[in-house]
Write a new protein. Structure first.
Length: 121
């Protein structure tokens, strides 16, 4: 963070100094002397640094589980699509190779549809 992000604020530990940064965890204003830098992040104490690492690890775990769940869902959809397309191809081939049987089925379905229409008031 830069001084522009904490302009007009003073260090929490040194009221006579301007704050140049904030703690990544608790957002306390800090001067250059009070900043503890770890992995490019600014912290006010070891406790805040540990809390930041613990929270980051939990968030990374949640994100990884989320990605795995989305991958699994996408795979299920892909398998279902392949099954539907395969069934449609086989049905089409059967329909074309058995025209008499297909016509009989069509007539039976038409008769049943007419029966249903007669039953509905």
């Amino acid at each position: 963070m830069t001084a522009a992000n904490v302009s007009g604020q003073v260090c929490l530990n040194h009221p006579d100094r301007s704050a140049t940064s904030r703690c990544e965890t608790c957002f306390k204003p800090l001067c250059d002397e009070c900043i503890q830098v770890e992995d490019g992040k600014h912290f006010c104490s070891d406790t805040c640094a540990r809390n930041y690492r613990a929270t980051a690890a939990r968030i990374d775990g949640i994100a990884a589980r989320d990605r795995a769940r989305r991958r699994k869902k996408m795979l299920r959809r892909l398998v279902l699509l392949v099954v539907i397309v395969t069934a449609a191809v086989f049905a089409y081939r059967w329909w074309k190779s058995n025209p008499e049987t297909a016509q009989d089925l069509r007539r039976q379905l038409e008769r049943k549809a007419e029966d249903v229409k007669k039953q509905v008031p």
